[in-house]
Design a protein around this ligand. Structure first.
Ligand SMILES: [Zn+2]
Length: 148
């Protein structure tokens, strides 16, 4: 066998896929051939890099995905909280102002006054109810966003 023949065995040797006979012949040649020794070292280096890449890449992606999810959840929670606070303030402030004005206005019919008050109170109650439901679901199912 000549050097190029042994080079054909090199990848098999690195992957430990040679039979005992091939392995023996290859290592025997390797002992007396610096050329093949160098090449084996280079192959080994390449293989190590390839193995490392294969190991680290999916893990990096996993971590990126993980952090993206955490961030998304944080972002959505923050957005939801800000929106809720703003809505509650506007609803209560606007609602009370409107109720006060309507009730003090002698030209507005009593029935209309009662209707408007009921409408605003109803909206506020519904809003708080939906908010509580959302917060409850969020607490109960913390991995909802990750699964999605
Ligand atoms: Zn050789």
């Amino acid at each position: 066998m000549t050097c190029p023949d042994y080079k054909g065995l090199m990848m098999g040797y690195l992957d430990d896929e040679l039979d005992e006979h091939q392995k023996k012949k290859f290592t025997e040649h390797l002992d007396q051939c610096p050329d093949c020794q160098n090449e084996l070292a280079e192959f080994n280096e390449l293989k190590k890099l390839a193995d490392e890449a294969a190991l680290t890449e999916p893990q990096d992606e996993l971590w990126q995905h993980y952090w993206k999810n955490i961030y998304n959840r944080f972002e959505r929670t923050l957005g939801w909280i800000c929106l809720s606070v703003a809505a509650i303030i506007l609803l209560i402030y606007g609602g009370f102002k409107l109720i006060g004005e309507i009730i003090q206005d002698p030209t507005v019919d009593v029935v209309l006054k009662v209707g408007l008050v009921a409408l605003i109170v109803g909206l506020a109650v519904l809003f708080v109810s939906v908010l509580r439901e959302r917060l409850y679901l969020r607490k109960k199912d913390p991995y909802k966003d990750i699964r999605r």
